[in-house]
Design a protein around this ligand. Structure first.
Ligand SMILES: *[C@@H]1O[C@H](CO)[C@@H](O)[C@H](O)[C@H]1NC(C)=O
Ligand SMILES: *[C@@H]1O[C@H](CO)[C@@H](O)[C@H](O)[C@H]1NC(C)=O
Length: 237
C-alpha cells in the first residue's frame, strides 16, 4: 500500500505485510529515491522479516524455495552488491541481509513466533511427515515444551538479526511474542485495548511515535512465549 498525496507530499510511507513486506524491504530505498530530499520517507514492514534458518529436519527448505523465486524473477539485480560479493543471491534476498544496506528509516513489526514462518520455514510439511506437529502449528497453545523451545529459536534468531538495527538512528522494531501474522492490518492487533503491547504501548502507538519522529524508535524484543499477557486475545491468522 502506498499512501501519499502526489502534488504536495511532505511525508510518504511505504508498507506491506507478509510477502508484501519482503517486497517492500527490497524496494524501500528505490521508493525513497523518487521523492525530493524535503520529503520525509519511511518504510514499515509487517511480518516480512523472514529468516534464513534450518527447519526441524535440519534442511534449509525455505531457502531452496526462495532460490526458485530469485532465479525466476531475476531478483539479483536489486540485491545489495556488498552481500553478493561473498554470499549466494538467495541468501542476500533475506531481510537480515537486505536491511544492512538500506538507508531509508524503517520500522519492523513481527511476531517472534510468527505462525506463517513456523508453518513454512521452521516446520514445513516436508520436515514433519508424521503429523506430530499439526496441532502445534495450528495453535501455539497446543505445543508442548519441547516444541516451544524449538519455536523460541525463531525469536532468538530474529533478535540477533536485528542487532544491526541498534546503531541505525530513526529505525525501530516491535517483536512481540504473540502467535499472530500481519498485525498492522487489523484494528484488533494494531490499536485496541486487546492489542499486543510492549512496554504498555500498542503497535499503533510505537509506530506513530516513530513516524512523527517524536522519540527514537522503540527497539524491543518481547520476552519468551507465553510471558506476555496482552497476547491472550490474539487469534492466529
Ligand atoms: C512434544 O511432542 C513431540 C512431537 O510429538 C515429541 O517428539 C516430544 O517428545 C514431546 N515432548 C514432550 C516434553 O512431551
Ligand atoms: C497501560 O496503558 C493503559 C492505556 O493506554 C493505561 O490505562 C494503563 O494505566 C497503563 N498501565 C500501566 C501499568 O502503565
Amino acid at each position: 500500500m502506498i499512501f501519499f498525496s502526489y502534488f504536495y507530499a511532505f511525508q510518504a510511507i511505504l508498507t506491506g505485510c507478509s510477502a508484501g513486506g519482503l517486497a517492500m524491504i527490497v524496494h524501500c530505498d528505490d521508493f525513497s529515491a523518487r521523492f525530493s530530499h524535503k520529503v520525509s520517507v519511511k518504510c514499515l514492514v509487517d511480518a516480512g522479516f523472514i529468516l534464513d534458518v534450518k527447519d526441524i529436519s535440519e534442511q534449509r527448505s525455505f531457502r531452496s524455495l526462495y532460490g526458485g523465486v530469485v532465479h525466476l524473477q531475476n531478483v539479483r539485480q536489486v540485491l545489495p552488491k556488498d552481500c553478493l560479493t561473498n554470499k549466494e543471491p538467495t541468501e542476500c534476498f533475506f531481510p537480515a541481509e537486505l536491511i544492512k544496506s538500506i538507508h531509508t528509516p524503517m520500522f519492523i513489526v513481527n511476531s517472534g513466533y510468527d505462525p506463517a514462518q513456523i508453518r513454512n520455514v521452521i516446520v514445513p510439511a516436508s520436515s514433519a511427515p508424521d503429523k506430530s506437529w499439526l496441532s502445534c502449528k495450528d495453535n501455539i497453545r497446543n505445543c508442548n515444551s519441547t516444541q516451544i523451545d524449538v519455536l523460541d529459536g525463531l525469536r532468538t534468531t530474529m533478535a540477533d538479526a536485528l542487532k544491526v538495527v541498534k546503531d541505525k538512528e530513526d529505525w525501530g522494531f516491535f517483536i512481540d511474542s504473540c502467535f499472530t501474522h500481519c498485525q498492522t492490518v487489523l484494528d484488533v492487533s494494531w490499536n485496541s485495548h486487546n492489542s499486543p503491547r510492549l512496554g504498555n504501548k500498542t503497535i499503533a502507538e510505537v509506530v506513530g511515535d516513530w513516524h512523527r519522529g517524536r522519540t527514537q524508535g522503540v527497539k524491543e524484543v518481547d520476552c519468551k512465549y507465553p510471558c506476555n499477557p496482552t497476547c491472550n486475545s490474539q487469534s492466529p491468522l
